[in-house]
Design a protein around this ligand. Structure first.
Ligand SMILES: [Zn+2]
Length: 79
């Protein structure tokens, strides 16, 4: 699952949350209950670079045609 980084506007609290693709993004800070915004940092860049799009995974090590093991959208739906 991808890890999202959030930053709080009120108290500058930075934290990371591991969420699935279908999970609701956080809106409130766990520390001060203020408004948080999602930070697209290093973790999301790595996430996109590792086969975020299923169509990009047509490699020899693809487990199944039309399905990609690294795609988090499929990870929760196929089990
Ligand atoms: Zn806060």
């Amino acid at each position: 699952m991808p890890i999202y980084e959030y930053a709080c506007d009120s108290c500058d609290h930075n934290f990371e949350v591991q969420q699935g693709m279908r999970d609701e993004p956080l809106h409130t800070c766990p520390r001060c209950n203020g408004t948080v915004r999602r930070v697209f940092g290093l973790s999301s860049v790595i996430f996109k670079g590792s086969g975020f799009y299923c169509n990009d995974s047509k490699r020899s090590d693809s487990p199944k045609e039309g399905a990609c093991a690294t795609c988090p959208a499929n990870a929760g739906a196929t089990s």
